[in-house]
Write a protein that binds this ligand. Sequence first.
Ligand code: NAD
Length: 325
Amino acid sequence: MRLCVTGGAGYIGSVVAQALLHDGHDVTIVDNISTGHLSAVPEGCRFVRGDIRESGTLTDAFGTDTDAVLHFAALSIVGDSVSRPLDYFDNNIGGTVSLLQSMKTHGVKKIVFSSSAAVYGEPERLPIVETDVCRPSNPYGFSKFAVEQMLEASRVAWELQYVSLRYFNAGGSTTVHGEDHNPETHLIPIVLDVAAGRRKSFTIFGDDYDTRDGTCLRDYIHVYDLADAHIRALSAMEHAYSGVLNLGSENAFTVAEVVSAVERVTGMKVKYEIGPRRPGDPPALLASSKQAERVLGWKKRRSSLDEIIRSAHEWRLEHPDGYPS
Ligand SMILES: NC(=O)c1ccc[n+]([C@@H]2O[C@H](COP(=O)([O-])OP(=O)(O)OC[C@H]3O[C@@H](n4cnc5c(N)ncnc54)[C@H](O)[C@@H]3O)[C@@H](O)[C@H]2O)c1
């Protein structure tokens, strides 16, 4: 297929773009490099540097015949979205309006969207299933939920086909691509940096939650397993499926358990301090991925916590300063 990957210079998009190339697809990446890296663009992709809010960029990216879009481009730092919500709405919602308009103009009718567990807000029960109520508790989660509504409305109005994949916490690396956000806000790369002495220490936000050890509980999923789900989502749309699917490992770990796992896997000590809770942090998130298993025939293969940490650690050893550009 001829595929357009928005945000393919970012962490998850670059891993998926590489997997799509490996599967024999023709891949064009469009990315404005606002949070991504030029050197993360996989060799063999066509690269269009630009913003999805500009129709000229998308016309260039779509060329004459694009079969489907995989849409990763977004701003995605929860706390940042609380400080500057309008930038998040402009980039994530406005960017997707622009993308869908261009898709409609160019007759591109299939999209896989990177949604998030953040659409649920604080869940009423665990594990979370797709039909549970969505009550996002921050502008980032709201922007993802708004895009899901736009996809469904476009399905009704002009027969767009979509698969919205609600990732839980993505982690891990491939031999080529890894996680290099600036600033980094994700737990595993932060703890690895503390273990390796690249950061002095880090703060666990709250140890008085109603969880096994009082720290927040999260569900981690390996980027390899996410990439596999995207490829299967493209096939599902070939069979006329549209819908929303959770992607998690169905296994959750507390922050303190992640710290112990990093110490075990790397053999290094991790220094941390306990700070106050962060407003809006749900105590526990745990996915049911049964629907993704049924619809996509998908199964997590690499998402043990140790494998996620081991692969992320190895990538970081190879790339102590992250991507060169
Ligand atoms: N990392 C996670 O744990 C996680 C969890 C749930 C959902 N997601 C979603 O998955 C997607 C990818 O996340 P990531 O961690 O790889 O993020 P990332 O920041 O590494 O990648 C996003 C990419 O999109 C690009 N981009 C942003 N706005 C753009 C615009 N207007 N035009 C063109 N390019 C633009 C950035 O330059 C970057 O390369 C995001 O949509 C994110 O919300 C991530």
